[in-house]
Design a protein around this ligand. Structure first.
Ligand SMILES: Nc1ncnc2c1ncn2[C@@H]1O[C@H](COP(=O)(O)OP(=O)(O)OP(=O)(O)O)[C@@H](O)[C@H]1O
Ligand SMILES: [Mg+2]
Length: 305
């Protein structure tokens, strides 16, 4: 009996030992599996850390490059501004002298002039003024482009600009065979900009419309708005601008239409200056050609209220 019990106990102990051994083996296998999977995760983490590190370094490099490029562009712009101011000054001084001596001759202080001499002096003065204007405009453009152009930004109604442009352009309209109309718009519509500069832009646009629209045509001013922007449109029934030239005309000195001798030939700087001014006031200037000819220039400006 005793033996039987002992045998049974030994059997139970053996079984227990067996299952403990098996459980341990399973636990060890599980441990190996967990360790391997942990290792794989650690490896993946290390790889992604390395990638992130590389990306961060790349970003820092790109930022440093952008900073260098920005500084270089700014320095180039300032250098250009200084260069143009200097050249303009050097040009303006002798041009002033040319004008002055032409005036002295014209006043006949040193003797009477023949009809031809008077005619040639008038030509000298005409060309001198043209050059002077060109120098002034170039100087303005360089100043605006290099951000050295002071702007007096304030809120004002678009209506004021339209009225003063109408007054300024009236003599030219009367002398031409053109119709000029202003479509009614919200008189309270106001923008945040430099009023004098907006007038300059609007006048440039209307002067172009008058210059390029043949007799019998119509020039129309209107204004529209969205919640944030106001748009001033100057539309004409002239020859229009081909779509592939629509951007070019905003480049300095680009003139795509031959201009008749009796109109002011201009320098091709009006639109370049106008667009730079619009952009300096956080606006823009663009053009669309109407399907049946004619152009619409639109000035965008930030709206007030
Ligand atoms: N309303 C318009 N209709 C047709 N073409 C236009 C119009 N406005 C401008 N253009 C074209 O764009 C060119 C550039 O215009 P921009 O005002 O810059 O120069 P410009 O009038 O020739 O000279 P400036 O303005 O310096 O006196 C013009 O020469 C003309 O070819
Ligand atoms: Mg012009």
């Amino acid at each position: 009996m005793e033996d039987e019990e002992e045998r049974l106990l030994r059997l139970v102990a053996l079984r227990n030992a067996d299952s403990i051994f098996l459980a341990r083996q399973r636990a060890e296998q599980e441990l190996v599996r967990v360790r391997d999977s942990l290792q794989a995760k650690t490896d993946a983490l290390a790889r992604s850390l390395a990638t992130t590190q590389a990306m961060l370094e790349e970003r820092d490099r790109a930022r440093a490059e952008a900073d260098t490029a920005r500084t270089a562009a700014q320095a180039a712009n300032e250098a250009k501004g200084r260069f143009v101011s200097m050249v303009s000054h050097e040009l303006r001084t002798p041009l002033g002298a040319i004008g002055g001596y032409a005036s002295l001759l014209d006043e006949e202080i040193h003797g009477a002039l023949s009809k031809d001499q008077r005619k040639y002096i008038a030509r000298i003065r005409h060309n001198q003024q043209h050059l002077l204007r060109l120098v002034d405009e170039l100087l303005d453009l360089a100043k605006i482009e290099s951000g050295q152009f002071p702007l007096k930004v304030d809120g004002f109604p678009v209506q004021l600009v339209v009225e003063s442009v109408r007054t300024m352009i009236e003599p030219q309209i009367r002398a031409s065979d053109l119709r000029f109309e202003v479509l009614s718009f919200d008189t309270a519509l106001s923008v945040m900009a430099d009023r004098e500069r907006v007038e300059q832009i609007a006048l440039n646009l209307v002067a172009n419309a008058v210059k390029f629209t043949p007799a019998g045509g119509t020039i129309t001013i209107s204004a529209t708005a969205t919640a944030k922007e106001a748009f001033l449109h100057v539309r004409d029934t002239g020859p229009g601008i081909p779509a592939d030239k629509a951007e070019e005309v905003f480049q300095p000195f680009v003139q795509i239409h031959s201009q008749t001798a009796n109109t002011n030939p201009g320098t091709g700087l009006g639109l370049a200056i106008s667009r730079e001014l619009a952009r300096a006031m956080h606006g823009d200037l663009s053009v669309k050609t109407e399907p049946g000819g004619g152009s619409t220039f639109t000035l965008y400006l930030p709206r007030v209220g």
